[in-house]
Unconditional design. Structure first.
Length: 210
């Protein structure tokens, strides 16, 4: 019997368990191990897709991200399966963008087609909320999968960094006074240790002030 057709006989709750364990086999990053299963057949895709099965993706969210701080801030009644599924999709997009460094420099943003149509503000704000609500999982996703330490260094200290800090200093101006600058500074302090900050500042000073 064809494998995809045999899966059609499996009860939905069992399929969901299989999909959940496939999606969470690797804690870090998006649930990429689930994608091959979704391509098995139209029936499987329809049964397990994020648009049709919010409950499954809410469970995956619980596995990959911290939720206690959000529940205290918003209340459990607002953290519906639909809301968590949408937030999972959003956070996974941000993690992939951080990992690919699509937004850390102006050159990278111009060189990449923005298929997800996500603004720099949305990337920064999502990462900021992750750190505000961090209880261990969120930071691990940002640092170990997203590579946000390197990202935030490029954002601030690359000559083409999206903060425009180096460009502004070279032209005798202050960096832009905007929400992106504020969010970027908060993330800088959240993410980088004192030792890492001193090393980064030392390298930056030697490179640009000789």
């Amino acid at each position: 019997m064809n494998g995809s057709h045999s899966l059609h006989t499996v009860p939905q709750e069992v399929l969901e368990h299989i999909a959940y364990f496939a999606a969470t086999d690797n804690f870090l990053g998006p649930p990429s191990s689930l994608y091959p299963m979704l391509l098995t057949s139209r029936y499987i895709n329809r049964t397990l897709s994020i648009t049709e099965n919010h409950h499954l993706y809410a469970r995956i969210f619980h596995n990959k991200f911290d939720i206690l701080a959000a529940s205290r801030r918003l209340g459990y009644e607002r953290l519906t399966s639909s809301a968590l599924a949408d937030e999972l999709r959003r956070r996974c997009v941000v993690l992939k963008r951080l990992r690919a460094r699509i937004d850390s420099t102006t050159r990278a943003r111009h060189a990449n087609e923005d298929k997800e149509k996500m603004s720099l503000h949305d990337v920064l704000f999502t990462a900021y909320i992750l750190m505000l609500e961090n209880e261990g999982k969120n930071r691990a996703q940002l640092v170990e999968y997203g590579g946000i330490k390197a990202w935030i260094r490029e954002f601030w200290f690359n000559p083409h960094g999206s903060s425009l800090a180096i460009y502004s200093i070279r032209t005798g101006n202050w960096p832009p006074d905007c929400s992106e600058t504020a969010l970027g500074m908060w993330l800088f302090w959240f993410i980088l240790s004192i030792g890492a900050f001193e090393t980064t500042l030392s390298v930056w000073s030697s490179n640009y002030f000789g």
